[in-house]
Design a protein around this ligand. Structure first.
Ligand code: IPE
Ligand code: IPE
Ligand code: MG
Length: 235
């Protein structure tokens, strides 16, 4: 039995809202982008620990549909970092048997550039056969947007809308819903992240900024999770 399942046998999916990069940087007198750069390193360390723990699925909120309202400089810098991560770090991810999938609107009509669309399509395709931890990266993701796209897809196909058909039309089709959500930086809100999937998820909020959140903090969250009583409506 692996370490994560020892902590909680049914833990299949951990979701992360990686927040507080800007404040982390500002506190040190650095530009916000320095926070995003540090965030990628923090994510890498976390991913290594998740792989070590054999957590089957981990999702990361990287860029929301609302984040386009930030300055051009910040958005451009963020995408440059993401492009770097999913190209230059790809071999490292592959070596860890990681499968990459992306949540959000990545269609031709989306606001994503052709270059990032190509990069994520290739990252997903080239890791599709891997059998270790699946990383779900939410990029140009919004919960309302996802639900509307799912409903529109069903309507266009003439499929009756049921809980099962709607769940199967989401970006996370076939993936178990998160057991645990971790949001850093002290904000206690979902900011549009997986409104359908998080309906019965245990929510863990920590004041630690994302660039400071490491494996030790993850273990604190897992210990908290192990003490939760998940009733799913039962008495
Ligand atoms: C999270 O950190 C990363 C993204 C939303 C892309 P922020 O950039 O939101 O950092 P704060 O919340 O402003 O400190
Ligand atoms: C949520 O963080 C989005 C991501 C982490 C990508 P935000 O910083 O955008 O959320 P709000 O604006 O504080 O709600
Ligand atoms: Mg934020």
């Amino acid at each position: 039995m692996n370490e994560a399942t020892k902590i909680q046998p049914k833990l299949k999916h951990i979701a992360f809202i990686m927040d507080g990069n800007g404040r982390w940087a500002t506190r040190q007198g650095l530009p916000r982008l320095a926070g995003h750069k540090a965030a990628m390193e923090s994510m890498q360390a976390l991913v290594e620990e998740l792989v070590r723990l054999q957590v089957p699925y981990a999702s990361f909120y990287a860029f929301s549909t609302e984040n386009w309202s930030r300055s051009v400089e910040e958005v451009t810098g963020l995408f440059a970092l993401l492009e770097h991560y999913f190209t230059k770090e790809l071999d490292r991810l592959k070596a860890q048997n990681i499968r990459l999938q992306f949540l959000g609107d990545h269609t031709e009509n989306s606001r994503l550039s052709p270059s990032i669309r190509k990069i994520i399509a290739e990252a997903a395709a080239s890791t599709a056969g891997n059998t270790g931890t699946t990383l779900l990266i939410a990029l140009n993701y919004g919960g309302h947007d996802e639900l509307v796209r799912a409903a529109q897809g069903l309507a266009a196909a003439g499929t009756p809308i049921t809980p099962a058909s709607l769940e199967g039309a989401l970006d996370t089709a076939g993936i178990p819903n998160p057991d645990l959500l971790i949001r850093t930086s002290g904000e206690q809100r979902l900011s549009g992240f997986m409104p359908w999937q998080l309906a019965y998820t245990e929510l863990y909020f920590t004041p630690t900024f994302w660039p400071d959140f490491g494996p030790t903090h993850l273990h604190e969250a897992l210990a908290w999770y192990a003490g939760r009583d998940r009733r799913f409506g039962k008495a």
